[in-house]
Design a protein around this ligand. Structure first.
Ligand SMILES: O=C(O)CCC(=O)C(=O)O
Ligand SMILES: [Fe+2]
Length: 407
C-alpha cells in the first residue's frame, strides 16, 4: 500500500486502514488474550502486600503488556505467534519502512495497552519525550525537518478505540502559549487544536513522537490496543521466541538483530574517534551509524552520545556524584532509539576511556544545562536543570570537534 508520506510528515500522524487484515483479526485477538492471561498471572504473583489480588491489573490506569521484555518475553510460545506476526504485515512493517524512508524498518518494543478494571478518567497531555536523558525538543524538530523521523509509533486497536487524541503539526514546533496555559492549568482537559483518532478495530494510527497527544479517557470499556514502534535503532533482550515464528518472521528478526549489532559497533567507533581526537573518523562513524543524515541529525546523535557517556561513567565509576539524581535514574535502562544501548555497552570501554570521553563531552553537557531548574508542561521530565526546548545556540558538530583541542 502507498501512503501519503508528505502529509504524514506535515501533520505528524496518519490513520492506516487494515493494519491487522480482517481475516486475521480473530486469530490476533485470541493470541493477545492468552498473553493477557499470562501477564495477569505475573502481576498477581508480583503484587505487593497492600495491593488487591490482581496487582497492577487492578491498580493501573493502563495495564500494559511488554511482549519483547522480561518477564513476559520468556513466556512466549507457539500460540503467541499471531500476536508477534501482527507487526510484520505489509500495512505495519511495509508502511513503516515507507514512512521512515528506510528499506527494512525494525519493530522496537512490542506492547499491548488494556483498559483498567475501574474508571481512571483522562491522563495528562504530553509529548513522549524526556529531554533529561535524550535531547531538547528543538533537537528532534530540527532533525525531523531535515531528515524525517528516526522512530515512529503505532496504536493498532483490536477493538474500536478512541482513547488517543493528537494535536496535528505539534511534532514540528514547541508548545504554543495557549497550550502551555491550558496544560499548566489542567493537563487532563482538552487542549486547543485536538483531533480524536477514532480508530476502528484493525486500523492503526502511526505518529511522530514529539507530537502532543492525550490518553483522553481510561474507562473500563474493553481495550486491547497494540502499541509500539519501528526504527532502525533497536535492541532485543531475548529473541528465543522467534523459533515459534514463520520462516519469514524469523528472517526479519535475524536481520534486525544483525543491524542492532552493527549500530552498536558504529556507536563504539564514533566514541573511539572522540577518544582518539580524530574528527574525520568521528564524522565517518556518524555517517555509518545513520547514513545520509544531515548536520542537524548528526548534532542530535552527538547530544544522545553525551548521555550515553554518562551511562559509561556510571558503570565505570559508580562513585561519581555530579550527575543529577533524576538523570542517573533514567540512565539505568536502555533506550536504543536515542542510542542508549544499556549498561553492558559501557563494558566496551575502560575507566580511563570513560574519563577521556567525559572530558570531551562535558562542554556540550554544560551547554545543554539551563541556568537554573526549569519546568515546561507536556513532557515526561519533571523540573530539571537541563533545557526542555532549546538546543545550544549556534552550536554545530564542528564546534564539538573543535572543542576537543581545548580540554
Ligand atoms: O493510551 C494511549 O493511547 C496513549 C498512551 C500514551 O500516550 C502513553 O502511554 O505514553
Ligand atoms: Fe504517550
Amino acid at each position: 500500500m502507498q501512503v501519503d508520506r508528505s502529509r504524514f510528515l506535515e501533520e505528524g500522524y496518519l490513520i492506516v486502514p487494515k493494519v491487522v487484515p480482517p481475516s486475521r483479526l480473530a486469530a490476533v485477538r485470541a493470541s493477545y488474550e492468552r498473553l493477557v492471561d499470562k501477564q495477569r498471572g505475573i502481576w498477581a504473583a508480583q503484587r505487593q502486600p497492600n495491593d488487591p489480588p490482581g496487582g497492577a491489573w487492578e491498580t493501573s490506569a493502563q495495564p500494559r503488556l511488554g511482549l519483547s521484555r522480561p518477564p513476559l518475553v520468556h513466556e512466549l510460545d507457539a500460540e503467541a505467534a499471531p500476536a508477534i506476526e501482527a507487526w510484520l504485515g505489509e500495512n505495519a512493517h511495509g508502511v513503516s519502512s515507507q514512512l521512515l524512508d528506510t528499506p527494512d524498518a525494525a519493530a522496537t518494543d512490542m506492547m499491548l495497552m488494556c483498559n483498567p478494571v475501574r474508571d481512571h478518567g483522562p491522563a495528562a497531555w504530553h509529548r513522549d519525550l524526556h529531554p533529561i536523558d535524550t535531547a531538547p525538543l528543538q533537537g528532534y524538530i530540527d532533525d525531523i525537518a531535515e531528515n524525517g523521523p528516526r522512530y515512529i509509533q503505532w496504536n493498532i486497536p483490536l477493538y474500536d478505540d478512541n482513547v488517543l487524541w493528537v494535536i496535528p503539526g505539534s511534532h514540528l514546533r514547541r508548545n504554543t502559549e495557549a497550550e502551555n496555559r491550558a496544560m499548566g492549568a489542567n493537563p487532563r482537559l482538552p487542549v486547543p487544536g485536538w483531533v480524536p483518532t477514532n480508530l476502528k478495530a484493525g486500523d492503526g494510527v502511526v505518529y511522530i513522537l514529539p507530537i502532543l497527544h492525550w490518553g483522553s479517557n481510561y474507562s473500563p470499556i474493553k481495550r486491547r490496543t497494540i502499541h509500539g514502534g519501528f526504527s532502525d535503532f533497536v535492541l532485543y533482550p531475548d529473541l528465543g521466541y522467534t523459533r515459534f515464528l514463520s520462516p519469514e518472521a524469523q528472517a526479519a528478526f535475524a536481520r534486525w538483530e544483525a543491524r542492532s549489532r552493527d549500530k552498536q559497533r558504529h556507536t563504539e567507533a564514533a566514541l573511539r574517534a572522540v577518544i582518539a581526537g580524530n574528527g574525520p573518523a568521528y564524522l565517518t562513524a556518524l555517517d555509518q551509524l545513520h547514513p545520509g543524515r544531515g548536520e542537524k541529525g548528526q548534532l542530535l546523535s552527538t547530544v544522545f552520545f553525551s548521555k550515553l557517556v554518562q551511562v559509561i561513567r556510571v558503570r565505570k565509576h559508580p562513585e561519581v556524584d555530579d550527575i543529577p539524581q533524576d538523570l542517573r535514574h533514567r540512565l539505568g535502562g536502555s533506550h536504543p532509539i536515542t542510542l542508549n544501548w544499556g549498561p553492558e555497552f559501557a563494558d566496551r570501554f575502560t575507566p580511563a576511556e570513560a574519563d577521556t570521553l567525559w572530558a570531551r563531552f562535558k562542554p556540550l553537557d554544560r551547554l545543554l544545562r539551563a541556568e537554573k531548574e526549569m519546568f515546561i508542561p507536556g513532557y515526561q521530565s519533571g523540573p530539571m536543570i537541563y533545557h526542555f526546548d532549546e538546543m545550544p545556540a549556534n552550536y554545530t558538530v564542528a564546534d564539538f570537534i573543535a572543542g576537543w583541542a581545548n580540554e
